[in-house]
Design a protein around this ligand. Structure first.
Ligand code: NDP
Length: 311
């Protein structure tokens, strides 16, 4: 009986020999090392250092953690960084004034306004106020439109990071059926566009799904590649995933866990422990897509410093 239970446990938790963990942390370290050298060369060539700024409004702990991660990554690759912390009750007009100043500051190559913003601020207005030439998060409609048409642009940081992972792990996307779950402007929708575009990590047949999709589980179960960007812990379950599928988990959700010191831990939108047994490749949370979003941001900033996309 004990032996039977032991093997039942192993069957439920083991990762099959064919399953490969997509290690976003390791890939991001590789990119940082290359970028670090590129920054030294850039400095020798131009006498200046790439400079990324971030605006953080309010005290949202998750936003604070994301921004401090971005600042730390800037330091690691040798960028200058500026963090502008603003009070939660700042007016929309005051925030727009800060944005205009960054737009006009020639020392700043790119900047981001960390989302979400307090309810009294219209984030569409904020996105539109950012000079698209400095929009290194790739959220401005000019960059979004150029992305959709396959023109040079700043790709949205998270989808950009995911394409780098697919490339790094030689994951074939051409002709594959990709199911993207979630249609936000910053993850799901741009991801669906990128993967259906004629490109190295594109040429896929893409289904974009959302909260109004009927038969979602059945659609996901037909996917060769699943991209989950929903914001619901463990939403993608084992029964929804085809044997051998590639699973990209974008979700970052904090759940209670009494067994940890903090009383909580981060999990994705995928039931990782169960789904990994069915997948050929899978990203963990944390350590999968998250670090690659920061890389997308740094690479866009470096492109801006080099005037690679716009003059
Ligand atoms: P949004 O809340 O903006 O969008 C969520 C999407 O999920 C919406 O399109 C929504 O559909 C869809 N959705 C919600 N419930 C369901 C459901 N029951 N069935 C199907 N679809 C559903 O989220 P984001 O795209 O900004 O973020 C998604 C997740 O990714 C979050 O956990 C976020 O923290 C994380 N994230 C991680 C990043 C990283 O670097 N790893 C970067 C950005 C986000 P509808 O449109 O119909 O409402």
């Amino acid at each position: 009986m004990v032996i039977f239970l032991f093997y039942t446990y192993l069957a439920a938790t083991k990762s099959p020999r064919s399953m490969k963990l997509i290690d976003g942390k390791a890939v991001s370290e590789e990119i940082k090392n290359t970028l670090k050298q590129d920054v030294i060369d850039y400095k020798n060539r131009t006498g200046r250092v790439p400079h990324l700024a971030a605006i953080l409004v309010g005290d949202n702990p998750a936003s604070k953690a994301y921004v401090s991660n971005k600042v730390k990554s800037c330091q690691q690759v040798g960028f200058n960084s500026t963090l502008i912390k603003l009070e939660e009750d700042i007016s929309e007009e005051q925030l727009l004034t800060h944005i205009r100043e960054l737009n006009e500051n020639p020392d700043i190559d790119g900047f981001i306004v960390q989302l979400p913003l307090p309810k009294h601020i219209d984030d569409v207005k904020v996105t539109l106020a950012i000079d698209y030439k400095k929009d290194v998060d790739g959220f401005h409609p000019v960059n979004f439109g150029r992305m959709a048409q396959g023109l040079p642009c700043y790709l949205p940081a998270t989808p950009f990071g995911i394409t780098l992972l697919l490339e790094r792990y030689n994951i074939e996307t051409a002709g594959k059926h990709v199911v993207v779950v979630g249609r936000s402007n910053i993850v799901g929708t741009p991801m669906s566009i990128l993967m259906s575009r004629k490109s190295k990590t594109g040429d896929a047949t893409v289904t974009l799904t959302h909260s109004r999709t009927k038969n979602l589980a059945q659609i996901v179960s037909q996917a060769d590649i699943v991209v989950a960007a929903i914001g619901i812990p463990g939403f993608i379950t084992e029964d929804m995933v085809k044997e051998g599928a590639v699973v990209i988990d974008v979700g970052i959700n904090r759940v209670e866990d009494e067994s940890t010191e903090k009383g909580s831990r981060l999990v994705g939108d995928v039931d990782f422990v169960k789904v990994r047994g069915r997948s050929s490749f899978i990203t963990p949370v944390p350590g999968g897509v998250g670090p690659m979003t920061v890389m997308g941001l740094l690479l866009n900033t470096f492109k801006s410093a080099n005037k690679e996309i716009y003059n």
